[in-house]
Design a protein around this ligand. Structure first.
Ligand code: G6P
Length: 504
């Protein structure tokens, strides 16, 4: 690796970090808290999401430390602890935010790893900044981890950290988990710095992916590009053994079950249906507003069904939640603009006074409100063009304890490998989406129950803490054990083609 020129004063940066004492360190681009300025005051709030839930108890019990970016590039100081866990904030300047976060992470890697749905942009300056920030994260970990400790690195923003950390601290056990898809060679090899990324990842002892196919994409590329030897699950490189495998992330079923049992949430679900005008069928979409999610495509299909009379305003109603995301990126801005035109045309063309056909919410939503929406929805639409896992699909299934509710699911979401009871769709096929919605509308209650039961068995087999435990025990035991056995063997598409795989 080239010597790295540090733009930020790292001595000042790491002065507050605990040094050499943490037995277990988690490194993720974001800290488990976010800064939320409210009415002139500012405060730090826990970030929602399974990763935080999954790792909190492990970190609490193992003298843990979480290293991450606080999400604000100015001088706002992040707290040093959260729920008993030590936090170490890695600063990213405004220029670095442009080149590392918006640039290399989200305009190079994100589209490249998601089927190049948007053309990835390759800039040498972005690459230099990506290396510098990865080095900064690696240095923070190298300074804080105790002798022979364990470090778990997360996601595509930090793929160079494993090798950088290993060079600084060879005594440490290093795990890496990729929350998004890992692309096939045809796409990955476009990357001018493909060898560097592969050797960066090979610094880990265990590399985890969402689905088995992603693990084999990675291992094949490692053999071809950098001369690693071995199988898809055990690689030999640079005199070391590196294991790769699938550890499909899942949801916090305990939290979901408790939220579903909350009387106020159930009352809210009933209230939502009343507020929607007591339609016969509520169709729901919940997505981060991202071009990978296929939101426009699905709404276009639904709109055609209103046009043909198969769906009828007042009887059928759509709710689309689009959580704001990466808003300073032009692709995301355009996606929002185009999506809002589709939404507006749907209501303009098919709604009538007092009965819009779609309710569109471009906002963050408290978890209880999301669960109330899941309970209110008869049909859940999850149609990404490509998705590492997609936890919305699993959350919906986990909420439907009365075995009602139909899931329309993209075969290109990682979740499709497990949720075989869903109505599967190719998100590029508008007629196929319409056909699946039709089938779901007409399906007999017995079929719906059978499908939901099959999916709930999968989702309740293990929760997100089991996911974290299984990764960490594979890491610490040095075994090649992955969770591949969790996949439904009748899954044809995901095992046969280059279909890799929400997000975590
Ligand atoms: C995906 C990625 C995460 C990322 C999240 C939100 O789930 O896998 O690493 O944190 O999207 O994106 P953001 O850019 O806001 O962190």
């Amino acid at each position: 690796m080239e010597p790295i020129d540090e733009a930020i004063d790292e001595r000042a940066l790491f002065a507050r970090a605990p040094s050499g004492t943490a037995d277990f360190v988690v490194i993720a681009n974001r800290l488990p808290i976010h800064h939320s300025p409210t009415q002139g005051t500012s405060e730090w709030r826990p970030s929602p999401g399974g990763l935080v839930t999954a790792l909190t108890s492990v970190l609490q019990s193992r003298n843990g430390l979480w290293i991450g970016w606080p999400g604000v590039s100015d001088d706002i100081e992040a707290p040093c602890t959260f729920e008993g866990i030590a936090l170490s904030a890695v600063a990213i300047s405004a220029d670095e935010y442009e080149e590392f976060y918006l640039g290399f992470s989200n305009a190079t890697l994100w589209p490249l790893y998601h089927d190049a749905i948007r053309a990835p942009t390759f800039h040498r300056a972005w690459w230099a900044t990506y290396q510098r920030i990865n080095h900064r994260f690696a240095t923070a970990a190298a300074r804080s981890v105790a002798p022979n400790g364990t470090v778990w690195i997360h996601d595509y923003q930090l793929q160079l950290v494993p090798a950088m950390l290993r060079a600084m601290r060879p005594d440490v056990r290093i795990g890496f988990f990729l929350h998004i898809p890992f692309p096939p060679s045809e796409l990955f090899t476009q990357l001018p710095w493909r060898r560097e990324l592969i050797t960066g990842l090979l610094g880990a002892d265990l590399i985890g992916f969402q689905v088995p196919h992603a693990a084999s994409n990675f291992s094949r590329i490692a053999r071809r590009l950098v001369g690693a030897t071995g199988t898809d699950s055990v690689l030999h490189y640079d005199g070391r053994v590196i294991r790769a495998g699938a550890f499909p992330i899942t949801v916090d079923t305990t939290l979901i079950t408790a939220t579903v049992a909350d009387r106020r949430v159930r009352e809210r679900a009933a209230e939502i249906r009343r507020d929607l005008g007591n339609p016969e069928v509520v169709l729901l979409g919940v997505d981060r507003l991202d071009y990978t999610k296929g939101i426009q495509q699905r709404l276009t299909a639904v709109s055609e069904m209103f046009a043909s009379g198969e769906l009828v305003a007042g009887t059928h109603v759509v709710v689309q939640v689009a959580v704001p995301s990466r808003e300073s990126d032009a692709h995301y801005d355009l996606e929002r603009h185009n999506l809002e035109q589709v939404v507006s045309a749907m209501n303009g063309d098919h709604g009538f006074v007092g009965s819009p056909v779609i309710h569109y919410l471009h906002q963050n939503m408290p978890f209880e409100e999301l669960v109330a929406l899941y309970l209110a929805a008869d049909i859940m639409l999850v149609t990404p063009f490509r998705d590492g896992m997609n936890l919305v699909a699993k959350e919906y299934v986990a909420c439907r304890e009365d075995l009602t509710g139909k899931l329309i699911l993209s075969e290109f979401a990682g979740a499709a490998a497990e949720l075989r009871g869903a109505f599967m769709v190719n998100p590029h096929d508008l007629d196929g989406i319409k056909e699946s919605i039709s089938l779901a509308l007409k399906a007999a209650p017995s079929e719906i129950r059978a499908r939901m039961l099959r999916m709930r068995r999968k989702v309740f087999r293990r929760d997100v803490s089991d996911w974290a435990q299984s990764f960490l025990s594979a890491l610490n035991s040095g075994s090649a054990a992955s969770e591949s056995h969790e996949f439904d063997q009748s899954s044809s598409i995901n095992s046969a083609t280059d279909v890799a795989t929400r997000e975590g």
